[in-house]
Design a protein around this ligand. Structure first.
Ligand SMILES: [Zn+2]
Length: 228
């Protein structure tokens, strides 16, 4: 796996919002790969709200997204971003399968994973995720560690990019010598860099973690598919 490397770095970003344009520029500049989790039922500029610090957050229209996200992975975030644990089984399946189909049609690529809206799930939801033909589903749980996931339908991250110890974890990972596969997995929303006014923080991480011979840089699918 991972071109015979023992360490991999991946990212997962949600909601298809306009700050992804600046985020993708950064990813591409540093040769990093990300998975973008999209809600095809509300992927429109009409979906807009004001977040913390009066930051305007707006989903992008579909036109141009195939070009924007080229080289990265697209994954399900459900059709309309509901809390899946509050819906009946048929509606959960509709939220999953229709989003998957829409994204596959629009992006012309097979969609194999997802991120749970709000990170919420339960056993019934996970069963429906599997039935919908999805192989992995990201939660909002952080491990602060680099172990490979044991349950791909309750996939944790190493940390959110807002973690106080983000650079400390990055340093641990870079310095790690290992004979078994280790994964550094970061997630978030790109609008948080506007809210927190700290685009420099994510660029610092990218500059530090990128371009290393012993690290494989892949999308969630590229990193996780050997475990499917
Ligand atoms: Zn979301």
């Amino acid at each position: 796996m991972w071109n015979n490397k023992m360490k991999a770095f991946t990212l997962s970003y949600d909601d298809g919002i306009s700050q992804d344009i600046r985020f993708v520029e950064l990813l591409n500049r540093y040769g990093l790969k990300c998975t973008f989790n999209l809600n095809s039922g509300i992927q429109t500029g009409a979906s807009t709200w004001v977040g913390q610090n009066d930051t305007r957050i707006t989903r992008m229209n579909m036109a141009g997204l195939r070009e924007l996200y080229a080289g990265h992975e697209i994954a399900v975030h459900t059709l309309t971003h509901p809390d899946l644990t509050k819906l009946d089984a048929q509606t959960v399946t509709n939220e999953l399968t229709v989003d998957k189909k829409n994204l596959e049609t629009f992006f012309g690529a097979k969609v194999t994973g997802m991120a749970y809206p709000y990170g919420t799930h339960n056993e019934e939801v996970r069963e429906l995720v599997k039935k919908a033909g999805l192989s992995y589903a990201r939660t909002v749980h952080s491990t602060n560690a680099f172990d490979l996931p044991t349950d791909l339908l309750q996939l944790p991250a190493t940390c959110h990019h807002r973690a106080e110890n983000l650079m400390e974890l990055a340093k641990q990972f870079v310095e790690l010598q290992t004979d078994t596969p280790k994964l550094f997995y970061v997630w978030g929303h790109s609008y948080e860099f506007d809210v927190d006014n700290n685009w420099d923080k994510i660029e610092e991480l990218f500059k530090y973690i990128s371009g290393r011979e012993d690290i494989f840089y892949g999308t969630n699918y590229e990193v996780l598919s050997p475990l499917f």
